[in-house]
Design a protein around this ligand. Structure first.
Ligand SMILES: [Zn+2]
Ligand SMILES: [Zn+2]
Length: 245
């Protein structure tokens, strides 16, 4: 960049490189790159590394990176959620609770998740457990059908992503995530075979990601989820992100 184009790499370029290295599982190299930066790494760069730690379940580095992010941007709920997920993945529920407590101490509130989908030039917005849509009854019927079919095809809930306690209730709460309601509405309201495009204001959870993969295969539909982090394009049971995000 600097030799050929006379441009010095900025934070966004470093964040992309860290993301690439992280995707390849080269977390140490990613960290070395950050530490060699001639400019002070910002939250986008550390955030990319924390995302990589979460994807690869690297608890030690994840904790260290999260600490830096809590200092740089104490009010970004995303970092707390990622660290919480890393702890949960390792079965360290006490520490996960501790992170949630820290969120409270720092006055961070998790933004309410919502997803939206455009059908016939109208935007339909769904919150978690939303029942405000005029076609709510049909949407929940379709959603039950989706659940039944994807389970038949081998889907098993990843309850670590549910926020409530109590096993059965945990899985139930996952099925009310906003992107699933948007998916059900898409299946209901869009012409058969048309791609389903969903937007989400937060990072999509691992379990919704799995459901979307199964749904793309089961319903033979292209499903695109644009979450706060990246585009996910689901076709034939796979996602374009190759399960890294
Ligand atoms: Zn979800
Ligand atoms: Zn994906």
């Amino acid at each position: 960049m600097s030799k050929v184009h006379g441009m010095n790499p900025g934070h966004e370029h470093y964040a992309c490189m860290v993301d690439l290295l992280g995707r390849a599982g080269q977390l140490e190299e990613a960290k070395d790159l950050i530490e060699s930066m001639p400019i002070k790494p910002d939250s986008s760069v550390w955030g990319a590394l924390l995302g990589a730690c979460a994807s690869h379940g690297n608890l030690e580095m994840g904790r260290e990176v999260a600490e830096k992010l809590f200092e740089l941007e104490p009010h970004n709920p995303g970092n707390y959620v990622l660290l919480c997920n890393i702890y949960s993945k390792h079965g360290r529920l006490k520490e996960a609770d501790e992170v949630r407590r820290l969120m409270g101490v720092n006055g961070v509130r998790k933004e309410a998740g919502c997803s939206w989908i455009d059908v016939k030039n109208k935007t339909h917005i769904f919150k978690v457990e939303d029942r405000s849509h005029p076609r709510s009854n049909e949407i929940y019927q379709v959603l039950r059908k989706v659940e039944e079919l994807v389970k038949k095809n081998g889907y098993v809930a990843e309850t670590q992503y549910a926020v409530n306690s109590g096993e059965d209730y945990k899985e139930r709460s996952l099925w009310n995530h906003s992107e699933r309601l948007a998916l059900a509405f898409g299946i209901l309201a869009l012409p058969p075979g048309a791609p389903i495009r969903i937007m989400k204001n937060l990072r999509t959870c691992g379990d919704c990601h799995t459901v979307m993969k199964f749904a793309s295969k089961t319903f033979e539909r292209e499903i695109i989820v644009r979450d706060i982090n990246r585009f996910h394009r689901f076709t034939k049971g796979l996602c374009s992100c190759r399960d890294y995000w």
